[in-house]
Design a binder for this molecule. Structure first.
Ligand code: ZN
Length: 596
């Protein structure tokens, strides 16, 4: 297999010398000790003179390594561990070695693994486990060449206590196994950050031959209702971008501590339950994770510096899928909300004197890639693609994107290859379109180019007028808000002034019941406003939310706002002390720096 070599600053692997091509994984899940134990056996592709193979490991206990059929222990050494990168595991090879088997167990505080007691689940009777490998946490549960530029297929056997179900980013069971043993196969080569495992008391609801949802039985009714349009999304995506290449597309609804909105694990998106709103209003997240089946999982950023290639494309695809299903005016609302997030992020970066990370091409050398990730990759990336689309028209842009996926599938790409592909297929470097779009300006320079066209939404124009009316104490006619989606409510709240009188906060809450909102996006914006306006009536709900939800997008800004306001600093510390144990490491590692 042809692999372009770009040095990945976040992996010790030397793929030119010895690279993994296939993994056979065998793991037992120990819920009492909070560890995984077993072996990872890799089939290698080696250079003729390869003397050793290097893996990334972090907090793993390696007991033995063997080569091919030989059961005598092989020679290996582990380097000095770095806090973020972990260590290099170097295994000496013999001439002609094809397979390396590593016997190991994880540590009980492996960063990728979230172990939940029964009481932290919806059902309350069984423990639960899920992994989060992106960006560089796979190495905390599997010794692996943990670089997005390295792909491998895998088979796995996973042993869990009887009565529980195990699921992976692969072909999955739809029923409980009698003995707690499950086998998996991922035929498509994937990078390590897409390795995923979950185990718990799980049920399956099948929508059709292609799509379905896994959830705890207690959550299933709400979950299966919410995601019923998944197949329509799949059809819309295939129409735009070519065949879905991964077999089934199922969703797994996780407990509320899941740190992200969703994780695009192949065949099985992991999703936060915070998008279950009862009215299917937050399902653009499903469109987003599904879109990753093309941008990210098929065409992968070669290093985390090129992360915008994964996320910018995915946000663009997400909005095109939503447009296919619900119309242009719906997709326009999403684009305007995204632009609002981007403007806020840029303002925060300016205030912090950290505009470096506002470039699409990142420089994450010597940093945790998780720290450099922001809305920039998502929303500035989206805006660049949208700007190109506007400049050339959809009749040219759509085939271009389809060709990008077809040509780069299972190979990966970096930012420079994107530019090369753009100039070879859409417009020439130095052409009128190039001068109009300025792609290099977007990619390599800070902030947004001057004169960038902000997305607009007609539906939001009306919402803005209503917010102005409400801010002045006026009453909005009830028929105007009757058909609003949660997006309109979010935009309404965002359009109110930053500082509001206690009387206005109380009257808005009395009228629209924001503190009791069952929609987490609306509730989140309202709770932010509550902290910034000292609206203490919402604080009991705020505490409940922080204790219940671990999604970083919500809890990070809330803790930041609470720490900034002297009236809520103590509350932030007290709530965090209670909540921290229920958060995934991805979340608490971020929050530890905020709540001191
Ligand atoms: Zn994404």
């Amino acid at each position: 297999m042809e692999t372009k070599v770009t040095r990945d600053p976040h992996s010790y692997a030397r793929p030119q010398e010895a690279v993994i091509r296939h993994l056979d994984l065998d793991l037992a899940v120990d819920f009492d000790k909070h560890i995984l134990k077993g072996y990872a056996e890799y089939t290698l592709q080696t250079a003729p003179d390869a003397k050793e193979v290097i893996f990334d490991v972090r907090d793993l206990v390696i007991s033995k390594i063997t080569l091919d059929e030989d059961t005598t222990p092989a020679v290996f050494s582990t380097g000095i561990p770095d806090d973020v990168l972990g260590a290099a595991l170097t295994v000496k090879l013999k001439p002609g070695t094809r397979k390396v088997r590593i016997y190991y167990e994880t540590s009980s505080d492996a960063a990728a693994l979230q172990w939940m007691d029964a009481k932290q689940t919806a059902g309350g009777k069984h423990p639960f486990l899920y992994t989060q490998s992106q960006a560089i946490l796979c190495r905390t549960w599997i010794p692996v060449q943990d670089s997005p530029g390295i792909r491998f297929t895998y088979n796995a056997t996973v042993r869990v206590p009887k009565g529980l179900m195990a699921l992976m980013s692969a072909s999955n069971p739809q029923q409980l196994s009698a003995d707690g043993v499950y086998t998996f196969e991922q035929k498509r080569p994937i990078p390590a950050y897409l390795m995923a495992l979950s185990a718990g008391n799980l049920a399956f609801h099948r929508y059709d031959d292609k799509t379905g949802v896994y959830a705890e039985p207690e959550t299933m009714k709400a979950a299966s209702y919410e995601f019923v349009d998944t197949y329509k999304m799949l059809v819309a995506a295939e129409k735009l971008y070519g065949p879905y290449d991964w077999g089934r597309y199922d969703l797994l609804v996780l407990p509320p501590s899941f740190p992200f909105g969703g994780m695009e694990n192949p065949c099985l998106t992991f999703a936060t339950p915070t998008i279950i709103a009862g009215d299917r209003s937050l399902t653009s997240l499903v469109a987003h994770e599904l879109a990753h089946s093309w941008s990210g999982n098929l065409v992968t950023n070669r290093t985390w510096n090129d992360f915008w290639l994964n996320e910018g494309f995915t946000v663009y695809l997400e909005r095109r899928i939503m447009e296919e299903l619900y119309g242009r005016s719906y997709a326009d609302m999403l684009a305007v909300l995204g632009y609002g997030d981007l403007s806020q992020t840029l303002a925060d970066m300016k205030a912090d004197g950290n505009m470096k990370d506002s470039r699409l091409k990142l420089d994450l050398e010597d940093r945790d890639p998780d720290d450099g990730v922001s809305d920039i990759a998502y929303e500035k990336g989206y805006l660049l693609l949208r700007t190109i689309e506007d400049a050339v028209g959809r009749d040219k842009f759509d085939p271009f994107v389809k060709k990008w996926f077809a040509e780069k599938a299972f190979k990966g790409a970096d930012t420079e290859e994107f530019l090369e592909f753009l100039y070879a297929n859409l417009f020439a470097e130095g052409s009128e379109e190039d001068k109009k779009v300025e792609p290099k300006r977007w990619i390599y320079e800070e902030d947004l180019p001057a004169g960038v066209k902000a997305p607009v939404s007609e539906r939001f124009e009306k919402v803005k007028q209503a917010a102005d009316l409400a801010a002045g104490g006026g009453k909005i006619p009830a028929e105007q808000t009757a058909a609003w989606t949660s997006h309109e409510w979010v935009y309404f709240l965002r359009s109110l002034p930053a500082k509001n009188s206690p009387a206005l906060m109380a009257s808005l809450d009395a009228q629209y019941k924001f503190t009791q909102s069952g929609n987490n996006e609306v509730l989140f914006v309202w709770l932010m406003m509550a902290v910034e306006n000292n609206y203490a009536d919402a604080y009991p709900e705020l505490e409940k939310f922080l204790l219940h939800v671990g999604r970083r997008k919500f809890v990070k800004p809330l803790y930041e706002a609470m720490m900034k306001n002297p009236a809520t600093t103590e509350m932030a510390k007290e709530v965090y002390a209670k909540a921290r144990g229920g958060y995934h490491a991805v979340t608490w590692q971020t929050l530890d720096k905020i709540v001191k």
